[in-house]
Write a protein that binds this ligand. Sequence first.
Ligand code: C6P
Length: 423
Amino acid sequence: MNVKQSKTAERNNTDGCYDVERVREDFPVLGQTVHGKPLVYLDNAATAQKPRAVIRRVAEYYETENSNIHRGVHWLSETATRAYEGTRTAVRKFLNAAEEREIVFVRGTTEAINLVARCYGGARLQAGDEVVISAMEHHSNIVPWQLICQEKGAVLRVIPVDDHGDIVMDAYHRLLGPRTRMVALPHVSNALGTVNPIKQMIDDAHRAGVPVLVDGAQGVPHARVDVRALDCDFYAFSSHKLYGPTGVGVLYGKAALLEEMPPYQGGGDMILSVSFEETEYNVLPYKFEAGTPNIAGVIGLGAAVEYVTALGIDAVASHEDRVVAYAVERLARVPGVRLVGTPGRRASLVSFVLGDVHAHDIGTILDQEGIAVRTGHHCAMPVMERFGVPATVRASFACYNTEAEVDVLADGLETAWRLFSGV
Ligand code: C6P
């Protein structure tokens, strides 16, 4: 048994079950008290906490390897370059991408989508062309497409969602027309928790000859993603929601598409040669990685991928499925709670309102109990409008959350309900 296997085994009970208490020990922040209460961190869709392995790896880089990459012949630079490129290999394996040149490091999901909208959309879209997105998008998968559509005279078409928060598939099929040039979809909705049937939707788009970008910000941390099995053309995710550092993300793109796209930004490292007359761009993926990247962040992401792989993404997903199923059942028993989004397949989060109490007021009361949730529109204003609410309370779960924490949340909500309803 190697070190990684033995660490995984430690986090499993003797009967092989997922040992969440052992997992919690890996996350120093969880040991804190907030307002005198144990911290109950349920804001993982905003950002996940970091395990010691990631924190230490970033510190180790700065303490012993700090150097710029791809530029020096000295030992430190070569060491840092190896570690940085090691993350690319780890991410390629994690996503089951065919080639390392298909993994582009960016600042996060937002930048990945902007890159595709600008470089792919910018080169391909013409007046009257259409880009299809859904009514449950995060603003990061709306605004970049709006910007490029406005510039090119193209049209943004929106697939409706039904009252459960599921995509209306018939409407999707009707929207796939002769002018559709791109479909961009969330793997999992950050505001409703809906897991979209992306494999089917990708196949449908491909039958119409249309490429698909998957916004995987809420997908990658909660499910096994195999970009080759999905056959998606682009897949975007952020390191910080996968237990890695902030300021780093990944754009997976099929090599043939990335090859034909112009660079996103100009600068160092994305070139092979430069003169005042002409610049020859670097090969993939460096063509899209201009300037000194977030080296420590990328190396930290490598540690995060290693951490999640050791836990087992399938084990994490089934643990979270249990917790979220319990949350749905437990919150149904709290007076005043109404779930916003009751999708056929849900991952990792619940969004709800409590009577007509403003979500921020509930968030403030929960905070006094040491409970961190997100309240507001979750950067998904159109879906709030679709459900006729200005804001929701969102509890989102990760590999270290427990059913006992759901009980603490439910108790906190009951307190809030008593306070506001006067019952
Ligand atoms: N959603 C949330 O609390 P960045 O900020 O680039 O890491 O991720 C943007 C993004 C894109 N798509 C989806 C589906 C997302 O959920 C997010 C980030 C956080 O829901 C912060 S707004």
